[in-house]
Design a protein around this ligand. Structure first.
Ligand code: PLP
Length: 396
């Protein structure tokens, strides 16, 4: 009667959502100030003022019918041209507005890209830990998710495993940098190595292997030495999936884009397939007002100093208490080794101290937990003594 797969997806909450909901119930019981919810990646810093000013200006400047009407399916031409020109300048790649497709955020960028590329029997490779929704997106497009390990010390891809795993059915490799949940940023050398492996494999197997780069956290980096590069510079068959959800703190407004590398063979055909997938998934066009807002605010960010402060505070304290943590160069997550083998049991013990975070099992990485530090700094300050008690309960 109904699609069982969709029923399964719709009737079960993700564990992140479960914990998020638990936090609300617990807050009603003991008071919000006594619950320390580090479960969800909802930006805690407001959108820059320029966003609201731009919205007001657009409402004043543009006749309502034009402002709120449908745009072209691929997005408003002026918005695409502006965003592409900024990208081209920043990353020294020849991107134009005709290579850009505006979307309803990174989730839409990914589902559209995967549907545009998918053919029967295809495999998409990801490296654990990975954003849990990838499984839903990849399988929803009909492809198979192949999960490969990362190096436990650096959380960077295991290239030997990659070389072994790529085969005739491999359609793409999906990366996410800065990474959710590890906070790790792939540096230029890592991107170059990854691209070199893919180039060799394309030649060896005589087939296209797309590098899909999911970059909603691209702007969320905290150290001047961390360099963010575009995979388009090093690999022709690359597609960037972007979103303004985190950089501009606009997750509810659903705005982002797909950039198809114009240097790839048949780039126009791939772009047309992106348009086709967007159409078949019923997206029609991305939110018209926010396409224009994104274009005018592209390059701005919310106040990242708050996340940097949170990161420094949490990383320093937790390592000091004896926990093993991955140093997060970017995004707003800290990945920490659970103090016992079973990360879910560790999360349950943390709950006794009202500390709520998510087991790495959900990110294909058992034995670790993700702590989302996109919260008020004061929440972290008040939570630290509880983290200390948690560490002491394991005699760390
Ligand atoms: N990709 C990753 C790695 C994410 O963490 C998220 C959201 O948290 C998304 C994609 C989806 O982002 P959006 O809200 O822009 O659809």
């Amino acid at each position: 009667m109904i699609n069982e797969k969709m029923y399964g997806l719709g009737s079960k909450r993700s564990s992140i959502r479960e914990i998020f909901e638990y936090a609300k119930t617990r807050a009603a019981e003991i008071g919000a100030e006594n619950v320390f919810d580090f479960s969800i990646g909802n930006p805690s810093v407001p959108a820059p003022d320029t966003v609201n000013e731009t919205i007001k200006k657009l409402l004043e400047e543009t006749p309502s019918v034009a402002l709120h009407g449908y745009t072209s399916a691929q997005g408003d031409k002026k918005a695409r041209d502006t965003i592409a020109a900024n990208y081209a300048k920043r990353f020294s790649v020849p991107l134009s507005g005709d290579d850009l497709y505006m979307t309803c955020g990174a989730a839409a960028s990914l589902t559209i890209t995967l549907n545009a590329l998918y053919e029967e029997g295809d495999e998409i490779i990801v490296f654990a830990p990975y954003f849990a929704e990838y499984k839903v997106f990849v399988e929803g497009a009909g492809a198979k998710l192949v999960v490969l390990p990362s190096d436990e010390k650096t959380m960077l891809p295991d290239f030997d495993a990659l070389k072994k795993a790529i085969n005739k059915r491999t359609k793409g490799v999906l990366i996410n940098t800065p990474n959710n949940p590890s906070g790790v940023v792939y540096d230029e050398k890592t991107i170059q190595m990854l691209c070199a492996v893919l180039q060799d494999k394309e030649k060896e197997l005589d087939k296209r292997i797309f590098l899909i780069s999911d970059e909603p956290y691209r702007e969320l980096i905290y150290d001047e030495t961390t360099l963010v590069v575009s995979p388009m510079r090093y690999y022709a068959d690359s597609i960037v999936c972007y979103s303004y959800s985190k950089s501009l703190s606009l997750p509810g407004e659903r705005i982002g884009y797909i950039a198809v590398n114009p240097r790839m063979e048949n780039a126009k055909a791939v772009y047309a397939a992106v348009c086709g997938a967007g159409r078949s998934l019923g997206f029609v066009c991305a939110p018209a007002l926010f396409q224009r807002v994104a274009a005018r605010c592209d390059g701005l960010t919310a106040d990242l100093s708050v996340y940097k402060r949170n990161r420094d505070l949490l990383y320093t304290a937790l390592t000091d208490y004896g926990f093993t943590c991955i140093y997060p160069d970017g995004a707003f997550y800290l990945f920490m080794k659970a103090a016992e083998t079973d990360a879910k049991a560790f999360c349950e013990r943390a709950k006794e101290y009202e500390l709520l975070f998510v087991a790495g099992d959900d990110f294909g990485y058992p034995g670790w937990v993700r702590i989302a530090y996109c919260v008020q700094t004061e929440q972290i300050q008040r939570a630290l003594p509880l983290f200390k008690k948690l560490a002491q309960s394991y005699q760390l």
